[in-house]
Design a protein around this ligand. Structure first.
Ligand code: HEC
Length: 196
């Protein structure tokens, strides 16, 4: 009897396998649609990263790391907000050791997965993850892109932070967890929620 069912199911499974472009039960989106959403999200994280890094480098050059903290403190959320308004998505950054924004349960799992992938030798620049998940009873497309720790980042996220930088960080973020990193580690990630 079992064997009969197995034989019966075989053509159905093969057929399902051929429909590579559709995964209706899992995501509600075709593979192509998933890739389109991911590409749009990736482009936005690149824009976010480029704008912020430009501001950060200019501020460090002009006034040193203490002055540059202001850029991260006010410009980073402002850029995120402007991009959120432009797209209608929720765009932010988060980390397992957050300075401002702690991860939600889904983000936490993805960040742990990112750390494992980085430890296994993957280049943080290429580490991303996306899925359709249910949020408040509705399907949403979620995308995360890892942010590696570059030498520049160590000014404010490293082990040997200058006392004046430390003091300013502590004044703005009394619960700061975002220090002690080494270059190459994953500092956090961009995170995007696209309503479907
Ligand atoms: C001049 C100091 C400074 C430098 C340099 C700096 N950051 Fe930050 N970083 C901050 C501050 C301040 C915040 C909190 C921003 C906020 O209030 O939204 C922050 C927040 C973050 C966050 C958001 C998650 C969290 O912890 O709340 C990420 C991710 C991040 N930084 C990554 C980086 C990376 C990657 C680099 C290097 C390319 C970098 N930072 C360089 C000061 C800095």
């Amino acid at each position: 009897m079992n064997r009969l069912i197995a034989l019966y199911a075989l053509p159905v499974l093969l057929l399902a396998g051929c429909q590579a472009d559709r995964e209706p039960q899992k995501t509600g989106l075709s593979e192509t649609e998933m890739m389109q959403h991911a590409a749009e999200s990736r482009a936005i994280t690149q824009e976010f990263g480029k704008t912020l890094k430009g501001e950060l480098q200019a501020a460090i050059k002009a006034g040193g790391p203490v002055a540059a903290i202001a850029v991260c403190h006010s410009k980073a959320p402002a850029i995120a907000q402007a991009l959120s308004q432009k797209t209608g998505w929720d765009i932010h950054r988060t980390s397992l050791k957050p300075r401002r924004t702690a991860p939600d349960a889904w983000e936490k799992e993805v960040l742990l997965q990112f750390d494992t992938r980085q430890a296994a030798g993957e280049d943080p620049k290429k580490i991303e993850y996306y899925a359709v998940v249910e949020q408040a009873g509705k399907p949403v497309f979620r995308y995360m892109k890892a942010l590696g720790t570059a030498p520049l980042c160590l000014n404010c996220h490293g082990r040997d932070i200058k006392p004046e930088v430390q003091a300013k960080l502590h004044a703005l973020y009394p619960d700061d967890q975002a220090t002690g990193y080494e270059a190459g580690q994953i500092r956090g990630a961009f995170s995007i929620v696209q309503p479907l």
